[in-house]
Design a protein around this ligand. Structure first.
Ligand SMILES: Nc1nc2c(ncn2[C@@H]2O[C@H](COP(=O)(O)OP(=O)(O)O)[C@@H](O)[C@H]2O)c(=O)[nH]1
Ligand SMILES: [Mg+2]
Length: 290
């Protein structure tokens, strides 16, 4: 995770330490590094200005430590911009209905299962709705995942109405006084009108309490564009960024945390059921600065 960024940051500290780079050259160096790692331009600029300010303030034993600390502070401010007050574990409503949306392959189905597992591990009772009825494979995939984690699933046959699957899952939850309904959905492009209408119907029928956009961190800073385009059509409350474990660059998480006016709630850090982490700035800074 973030190997490339980590390496570049370390190199900068070393160069500051050996005098290869003058102190006043450091901020533009940082900006360059961030751009190389697919961080959005405005964000790279903000971080480097922020870094420059901190660099004048922090006092440490060595120049290398000062650079590292200043960078850490500069990044922290940016990552903390849209901190969330959404408390998924204490939603104050039962069942709490969560809908996951996003384009194909971003990790919706996997994340439904990870989130169900996370809630179950926290003593909550969950039912999952297999509302990606577009492909039979998606229903099968979610069934297997749910069986593995011991969470009930409501499914209809492929091709049936996704909103009615969600409706049945909510009925199921009401009858058994379950805590959560998690709704999977078919991947859709912002441009596919049929699928967008289907999503609007889902919103009307299931009335989700929380809608989460799933974004793949491998698309880098384009994640911001993807999220903004989605937002024009379908309202969502926060995002989950997946595949951070395979992301050497960090462009998506840094750009999204800074530019999107919606919080990053969780991040996906692998393919196993336990690989969902609450988004926490220090966790990431520790991974980057070790
Ligand atoms: N390495 C890694 N792979 C992931 C993560 N989340 C999802 N995937 C993989 O991404 C692929 C697509 O996931 P899927 O849930 O089917 O995407 P969907 O089309 O949005 O439902 C699968 O192979 C998942 O195992 C993650 O956090 N890390
Ligand atoms: Mg899926």
């Amino acid at each position: 995770m973030f190997e490339s960024l980590k390496k570049l940051f370390r190199k900068t500290s070393e160069e500051a330490s050996s005098g290869t780079l003058r102190r006043d050259e450091l901020p533009s160096r940082v900006r360059e590094m961030l751009l190389e790692n697919d961080v959005a331009f405005d964000v790279a600029e903000d971080i480097s200005e922020n870094f420059s300010r901190y660099l004048q303030k922090v006092k440490r034993r060595t120049p290398a430590e000062e650079v590292k600390e200043a960078l850490r502070y500069a990044m922290k401010d940016i990552l903390d911009r849209n901190n969330s007050d959404i408390d998924i574990l204490n939603p104050g409503k039962k069942p709490f209905v969560i809908l996951l949306i996003g384009i194909n392959g971003t990790g919706k189905t996997t994340t439904v299962a990870k989130l169900a597992y996370f809630l179950k591990e926290n003593g909550k009772r969950v039912v999952v709705a297999a509302s990606d009825t577009f492909r039979a494979g998606a229903i099968e995939q979610l069934s297997v995942l749910c069986e593995n984690i011991g969470v009930p699933i409501i499914k209809h046959t492929a091709g049936s109405d996704p909103a009615s699957v969600a409706f049945d899952a909510i009925e199921h939850a009401n009858a058994r006084k379950l805590d959560y309904v998690l709704i999977d959905s078919a991947g859709r492009m912002q441009t596919n009108k049929n699928l967008l209408d289907e999503m609007k119907k889902m919103k009307r029928v299931a009335k989700p309490d929380l809608t989460i956009l799933i974004l793949d961190s491998m698309v880098g800073q384009d994640a911001v564009f993807q999220a903004e385009t989605f937002l024009k059509e379908v309202a969502f409350d926060g995002v989950i960024l997946t595949k951070l474990d395979t992301d050497a660059k960090g462009g998506a998480i840094i750009s999204i945390a800074s530019l999107l006016k919606k919080p990053v709630l969780y991040v996906g850090v692998g393919q196993e059921k336990g690989d969902l982490k609450k988004f926490d700035t220090s966790y990431f800074l520790d991974r980057i600065f070790g």
